[in-house]
Design a protein around this ligand. Structure first.
Ligand code: SF4
Ligand code: SF4
Length: 364
């Protein structure tokens, strides 16, 4: 067996704590409590191990990473190690001095999330009062500190009609990049799928809006666009393939191939508190399980796209078929594809149910 190439990037999920309660949050339904989080010394060690392994980028995430009092120390360490660092934040806990401290510590980039362009709707979606106004302020402080800014707005049926205004907001705030990603249905978003699933007509209108904005804003704003799998014909190359380019470390040290992988039951993810990161990357059973193409069933096994999309998303295959080794139902060659598409059509035609907010102990 040849050793896998090193991952390019690590998502460091410092915590699951977050003042917001987004109903599409990518954190697992079972959130880790603060008392179980790894301490500063362990995260500093993980950053060193990541660098030794050949990782080039670290994305500090959560939950909300700014709840961690040691964030500046971790950013400083990443800079000393020569890692490119990105902060993925909802922003509401930052003040101008904190933004400045992060810049001085060597932070390279900020990705700030918005829920909508309108304060009332944004605060309702995020379940946090006055959050939108604070984010607008934070975006200005980020740009004033000369930090490159990406704005990210998860898209769904409750905010899609504002897409044009959200893009304009990103331009006004001085973002260089805008991520228009339709919600992906795992974890909390799967629980809230009926409340979030757009109609096909909404999706088509959004695609027209994005194409027009891309043409209008060429050279001003780069727009990344991710369509919802339920209306796709081919799956996305999820994470560039399972455990090929990316790893995710959870607040308690579990090493995953993506942030949603814990939704697959029956896989035992090794912890960096118990085994070196390089060992886990190269040899952990859970990471080897779907790496490459050997695990693939038909129709993927003989498909000429198998090293392009790597069979799609294992978490989605598990969520919709109960079998993580099945072909992603987003692929039209999957026997489950039509059922997935019909499900999207029928759920999006119903009035949206209320959100189940992301909270520890929220009812199933
Ligand atoms: S998606 Fe919302 S609730 Fe989840 S971590 Fe981000 S801001 Fe917090
Ligand atoms: S059959 Fe498998 S490899 Fe081929 S396009 Fe579909 S998901 Fe991708």
């Amino acid at each position: 067996m040849t050793a896998p190439a090193p991952p390019l990037a690590m998502l460091a999920e410092l915590t699951h704590r977050c003042p917001l309660q987004c109903p599409y949050c990518s954190n697992p339904r079972e959130l880790e409590r603060a008392s179980n989080e790894m301490d500063t010394a362990k995260w500093l060690d993980i950053l060193e191990q990541a660098t030794d392994l050949g990782i080039l980028q670290v994305h500090f995430s959560g939950g909300e990473p700014t709840v961690r009092k040691d964030l500046v120390v971790l950013v400083e360490k990443a800079a000393q190690l020569g890692l490119y660092s990105n902060l993925i934040t909802a922003g509401v806990l930052l003040d101008q001095a904190a933004v400045r401290r992060l810049f001085d510590a060597g932070l390279d980039h900020v990705q700030l999330s918005f829920q909508d362009s309108e304060a009332g709707s944004a605060d309702l979606i995020g379940g946090f009062k006055d959050g939108h106004r604070r984010k607008l302020e934070v975006a200005r402080w980020i740009r004033a500190a000369d930090l490159p800014l990406t704005i990210n707005a998860p898209l769904h049926r409750r905010n899609l009609s504002h897409l044009d205004a959200i893009i304009e907001m990103a331009v006004e705030l001085g973002a260089e990049r805008f991520e228009a990603a339709h919600v992906q249905y795992y974890g909390w978003a799967l629980r809230n799928r009926g409340a979030l699933m757009p109609t096909r007509a909404q999706l088509e209108a959004a695609t027209v809006t994005v194409e027009a904005a891309r043409a209008r804003l060429k050279g001003v704003l780069v727009i990344d666009y991710v369509v919802p799998d339920y209306y796709a014909r081919r799956p996305k190359a999820c994470m560039g393939g399972w455990a090929r380019q990316f790893l995710n470390v959870t607040p308690v040290g579990k090493v995953l191939p993506c942030h949603a992988a814990e939704s697959i039951t029956g896989l035992d993810f090794d912890r960096v508190t118990e085994r070196p990161l390089a060992d886990i990357w190269q040899d952990s059973e859970a990471l080897r399980r779907f790496r490459g193409t050997d695990w693939m069933p038909e129709p993927c096994r003989s498909c000429d796209r198998r090293e392009i999309d790597w069979g799609g998303c294992r978490c989605q295959a598990f969520a919709l078929t109960g079998d993580a080794a099945a072909t992603d139902p987003a692929c039209e060659k999957s026997p489950e594809h039509l059922a997935m598409f019909s499900l999207a059509e029928s759920e999006s035609a119903q009035p949206p149910p209320p959100f189940v907010y992301r909270r520890i102990g929220a009812k199933a």
